[in-house]
Design a protein around this ligand. Structure first.
Ligand code: ZN
Length: 406
């Protein structure tokens, strides 16, 4: 008889072997060093056999009507299935976009097309000052909301201190938790949290493109508090250290856990900074530190709220591009028209899509799903209750279909 712990150990070792084939796969690992593969890279056909065997064993394992074992096995099965899918991808066998969403992230996101986004563009057309092409106009309008490179450290520092204080007032994470911030270049992402274990994160900000003032709180909360840094620290403490559930010692990027990681990191922004409190902090602290006139905050954020409704454009473009319905040029045209990003940014986004594929859904649909899940469970207008529900979800992660079934 195999135990859940044995299945978990095999899953971790399998993940690390997959990681030998793809540097982006294992995002974080803080389990035993001797579990890392000692031998050379395992050939993909053999790795796939191992993964299929593990999936079969996990499926035979028996069902539990409820409780921790059920939760653990449901989570593990979805993750092993995602590993099989990813090995298939490494062998050059790709699913269509929607099937990939299900196989890797355990959800089927809603689909929106141009007619949906056209309405949002019409609203923006009214709001953004000036006349003429909306993309150009927005780009011009945005210029004075750039945070200059020499002020970035100070402005981001103030935001992350505030996000940290707001989070630690409600969430208990190990006292020695800490992080460092580093400015980097030449990446497909705008920021990244590298969780190193022992409650320590390295947060990198990419300065290839200007960072606008609205991104400062977003990034501080998303990468730091209560986002990735806190999520990883809670998992390490509650599941790996306290319970010895080793499947949580590895975090595979292309797996259902990412839907919750990105979704909760995005939803965490409004948990830590409810709209009116955020606006006050922007006007009174961040805008002055960045040297941007505070009275301009209101219209700027009104526009940001509407722009947020364009977040699903990524999914539309990724689906069409990856399914071969449109080419690179058409993808960039769509991103410029509907995501309203500059040409340069659109190229960067397309490189992100090429590298990460259906992962784009974890940000927008992940956020909506986490929000829906929590509002079905708790009164999310009550801050203490919202923080409690939020930290419980982070301490006991669910996959997409586990959130939908709850
Ligand atoms: Zn993220």
């Amino acid at each position: 008889m195999k135990t859940i712990d044995q299945i978990a150990e095999r899953y971790v070792k399998l993940s690390l072997k997959i990681g030998q084939h793809s540097e982006h796969y294992v995002d974080a690992y803080y389990g035993p060093q001797h579990w890392r593969p000692q031998a050379e890279t395992t050939a993909l056909p053999q790795l796939k056999n191992e993964a299929l065997m593990l999936l079969a064993n996990a499926r035979q394992f028996g069902t539990f009507s409820c409780g921790e074992k059920h939760h653990r096995m449901t989570f593990l099965r979805a993750h092993i299935k995602a590993s099989v899918t990813y090995i298939n991808q490494l062998q050059g066998n790709y699913l269509d976009f929607n099937s990939e969403c299900k196989a890797l992230y355990d959800v089927q996101p809603p689909k929106f097309d141009e007619s949906h986004f056209d309405e949002v563009l019409a609203t923006l057309d009214e709001l953004v000052p000036g006349t003429g092409d909306l993309n150009q106009r927005l780009d011009t309008y945005r210029q004075e909301f750039k945070v200059s490179k020499d002020k970035l450290d100070t402005v981001f520092g103030a935001a992350i201190n505030e996000a940290r204080a707001r989070t630690l007032a409600f969430i208990d994470i190990p006292e020695d938790e800490n992080f460092n911030v580093e400015l980097v270049n030449n990446q497909v992402w705008s920021a990244y949290n590298w969780y190193k274990g022992n409650s320590y994160s390295l947060i990198q900000l990419n300065t290839d493109h200007p960072i606008f003032i609205d991104r400062v709180i977003d990034l501080a909360a998303h990468e730091g508090y209560p986002g990735h840094h806190v999520f990883n620290a809670l998992i390490e403490k509650h599941l790996v250290n306290d319970k010895g559930w080793m499947e949580y010692a590895v975090y595979n990027l292309f797996s259902p856990l990412s839907l919750l990681a990105e979704g909760s990191a995005n939803y965490g922004i409004e948990v830590a900074f409810p709209w009116h409190e955020r606006m006050e902090f922007e006007r009174e602290t961040l805008f002055p530190l960045a040297g941007i006139p505070s009275h301009k905050a209101e219209l700027y954020y009104q526009i940001q709220l509407v722009l947020h409704q364009l977040s699903y454009v990524d999914n539309m473009v990724a689906q069409r591009y990856l399914d071969g319905e449109i080419d690179k040029t058409q993808a960039v045209v769509l991103l410029m028209k509907y995501a309203l990003s500059t040409e340069q940014r659109s190229h960067q986004r397309l490189r992100f899509i090429e590298q990460n594929r259906a992962y784009v859904i974890t940000y927008n649909y992940g956020q909506d799903l986490v929000k829906e899940f929590l509002s079905s469970k708790i009164d999310n207008k009550n801050p203490a209750e919202l923080w409690r529900g939020f930290s419980e979800l982070l301490s006991r992660p669910r996959t997409g279909s586990m959130m939908q079934a709850a």
